[in-house]
Design a protein around this ligand. Sequence first.
Ligand SMILES: Nc1ncnc2c1ncn2[C@@H]1O[C@H](COP(=O)(O)OP(=O)(O)OP(=O)(O)O)[C@@H](O)[C@H]1O
Length: 364
Amino acid sequence: MTSYDPIERNLSRDKGTDPTAPFVVVKDLVKHYPVPGFPRGRSVKSVDGVSFTIKEGEVLGLVGESGCGKSTIARVLMRLTPPTGGVATVDARNVFAMKGEELRRMRRTMQLVFQDPFAALDPRMTIGESMEVPLAQHGIGHARERRDLVLRMLNDVGLDASFYGRYPKQCSGGQLQRVVIGRALLLKPWFLVCDEPTSALDASMRTQILNLLMDLKRRFSLTILMISHDLRVMRYMCDRIAVMYLGQIVEVAERDELFEHPRHPYTRALIASSMLEETGLNSSAGLLKGEAPSPLNPPSGCRFHTRCIYARQACSENLQNLLQAGDGHSVRCQFWEHLDDVSQQTARSGDDASREPMARAMSA
Ligand SMILES: Nc1ncnc2c1ncn2[C@@H]1O[C@H](COP(=O)(O)OP(=O)(O)OP(=O)(O)O)[C@@H](O)[C@H]1O
């Protein structure tokens, strides 16, 4: 067993990496799940050509409706399931090419925090035992040292030493999420992927856990990919936000830029929906036409065109690329520059009641 060196992480980060390069680079990521019983080539296109970067110390948000592929990106990045295509590098190391000892070390530096802390912990093990498992798996410290590290980490995540001997059923959801976050941080990761870390918690707990994550990010110098369907979480936590729709990113921008000048109709609908929800109005009324199409057979052209109130004929015909829209803003909509005019006309005309809530929310 090697003794645990808390600065080992920083030493290995310094080896020959360009400090100005993005820390995480994901390029053309594809994950298709074959459908059993269907002819070859028929597959669920869960992630279909996703690219993004994350700077060191940055929190990038990934937001979109349920089923758009957010968790799949997390699982592929963590090597829990193989990609169908694309490249991902973390600290200039090709994550998908790693094998053996290199892969084992990579797993230590990239950690995933899941949505449901109850499912993430073994109910038969005490909190202390569960937290010590990854330390033992990675050969960190002796039994006594591991116990000390866990007790220190419990304190770091705001729990007292009595939690060491408790079982999960003796803890609340918020306390268990603190345990799960602490367990991930014990391995001193560089990169934390948080997949809906607060969606199983009530509103007051949610804020506490988000505050804790922000505090730990600073203290542990973390780079974070924050996954959520909740734009309020994104606004609170993230430096930049990528919006996903049906396996693709439709817009990426700095947080304030995204909320103040959303350029993709889907982002606009999501923001309007979130604002209506906050004011207690029916958040789904009139904002998006119909249901999201199946990822088994995504629409041609712009995938959002079947639900877009601004869609034109060309939207179903042309393959959409992510275009630079200025100010570090990228958008996958060829008509984005006209959208402000169109929303104003829609708000003025008032001829379609179903569009009014969106127009009102947009101009608020
Ligand atoms: N193992 C699998 N086999 C087949 N299809 C899958 C598999 N895992 C996910 N999918 C499909 O891939 C699509 C994306 O799922 P994913 O869980 O990544 O979405 P999500 O945005 O994270 O949604 P949620 O927030 O509900 O988890 C969905 O249509 C889902 O049914």
